[in-house]
Design a protein around this ligand. Sequence first.
Ligand code: PBG
Length: 325
Amino acid sequence: MILTRRNRILRQSPAIRSMVAETMLTPNDFIVPLFVVEGTGVKEEIASMPNYYRLSLDNLAKEVKELWAMGLKSVLLFIKCADELKDNKGTEAINPNGLMQRSIRTVKEACPDMYVMTDVALDPFSSFGHDGIVENGEIVNDATVEVLAQMSVSHAQAGADMVAPSDMMDGRIEAIRLALEENNFTKTGIMAYSAKYASCFYGPFRDALDSAPGFGDKKTYQMDYANRTEAVKEVMMDIEEGADIVMVKPALSYLDIIREVKNISDVPVSAYNISGEYAMIKAAAKMGWINEDKAILEVLTSIKRAGADLIATYFAKDAVRLINH
Ligand code: PBG
């Protein structure tokens, strides 16, 4: 054949392939989710998340130092609340000396430059395992938003750099922004879980925090996975209400949403490569059915290629090891 264009020319060798690669992962891309528990010397593996752990504060301090040394610059904190502290209103969530508030201070003491993001939602604190206050079997919006705003201020007081509301209540970004302003937290950011879908892939995370809903599901607040334009609406509203970063969650079944959001957003877009997405790779690799390292790089690169400026992922340390290698 005589061809005027041979596309394989640009795929001939590792050198040319890397020269024309359009998407490159760096440690700056990643946000590291961390799970914190009470106690000392605790490092409990999460059953459905092999090689991922719940850490007590002393181990949290060690972990963030290690992350920083690897070039990872931000963590997203979640805490496992003791059963006896759970109630319907999430009272423990605003305890100035609660586990979340102590976790924030611990990270800032161990590693002052680490950028600390915090989960803002009631589910780990709720006796019903829901992201909002329950009244007559319903998750009520406005009363929940009030607690979320107080919770955000409490995290800012403890030293959080950015709060990350993951609850999907209406109007919470504006309420949180105003509460931060009123309390003079003018440097505290908001990363809004703007397009968060009701997903079966959250299962392992709910094991990690013992936060599974006690009744029903989360479909009256999290989005229906059938919908795309609704994600645009949620993102635009959150940006108007003052979100500094908007998030799409989960990531892998939602790469089209990440792209759509990236195209309309004038703030950075993050994506959450969630627990079930982690567990699937771990399980298949354990069975010897896929190559774990290759799967990690392919998945994370695809999320960035789709349009994510930042990726929250349990694979952050693996990714840095693989990028440097
Ligand atoms: C809830 C919350 C969830 C995750 C983060 N915050 C799950 C849920 O809605 O039940 C999931 C993270 C993951 O699965 O990795 N506020």
